[in-house]
Design a protein around this ligand. Structure first.
Ligand SMILES: Cc1cc2nc3c(=O)[nH]c(=O)nc-3n(C[C@H](O)[C@H](O)[C@H](O)COP(=O)(O)O)c2cc1C
Length: 186
């Protein structure tokens, strides 16, 4: 059976560069793997009362089930004020609760960060890793993936302007698949 790897872009923006990178990754799935975009668009802000009252929004149920069914995850995150955008942190929080049903538990992940500038989302990348440690998610260490100039990566048809960027990302994906196979739950 094919392993399913979720690709989560940490932005709601229509023309998001993170979404464009996430879409480009779909083409890079090796044989035997299904890469699937996971939406975080419809998740209300997490409020623990939802779980305490056993009255969670329907979008939480769908999202939690979707994460539960994944084998691994690649996060494509931009950076907001040197950290993880709130929408992505919210999605991480939603699927982490209730605590005895942490849906991320044990699923090997990778964090690819990006920014139009040169800092490449470094702060967001490492803040996200901090949360993933808490959630028992093994996160690929090398190669680190920091993508600068995210606003200049694609032409109008969504193709990479520079094939070296595509090759770099394909190498990162291939390394992630190796990491996935070494770290997936037995
Ligand atoms: C609230 C806010 C905070 C931002 N903070 C940072 C930042 O700390 N570092 C950075 O490189 N870019 C920052 N940016 C610029 C984003 O990198 C840029 O808007 C990018 O396009 C967002 O990602 P997206 O294209 O996937 O939506 C910020 C943008 C917003 C809206």
């Amino acid at each position: 059976m094919k392993a399913t790897i979720g690709i989560i872009a940490g932005s709601l923006r229509r023309a998001s560069f993170s979404k464009k990178i996430a879409r480009a990754l779909l083409e890079m799935a090796p044989e035997g793997y299904d890469f699937k975009l996971i939406s975080i668009e419809d998740l209300p802000l997490y409020n623990q009362d939802f779980d305490d009252d056993n009255d969670v929004p329907p979008s939480y149920v769908t999202f939690r089930n979707t994460i539960q069914e994944l084998d691994g995850i690649i996060f494509v995150t931009p950076e907001y004020n040197r950290s993880v955008p709130a929408v992505l942190k919210n999605a991480v929080d939603v699927a982490s609760k209730p605590s005895d049903k942490n849906k991320w538990d044990g699923k090997p992940a990778a964090v690819f960060s990006n920014s139009p500038g040169n800092l490449s989302g470094f702060g967001a990348n490492h803040h996200l890793r901090q949360s993933l440690v808490c959630l028992n998610v093994p996160v690929m260490q090398q190669p680190e993936v920091y993508i600068a100039g995210a606003n200049k990566l694609f032409d109008e048809d969504g193709n990479f302007k520079d094939d070296n960027v595509r090759k770099f990302l394909q190498k990162a994906v291939d390394a992630y698949i190796e990491w996935f196979n070494r770290n997936k739950p037995s």
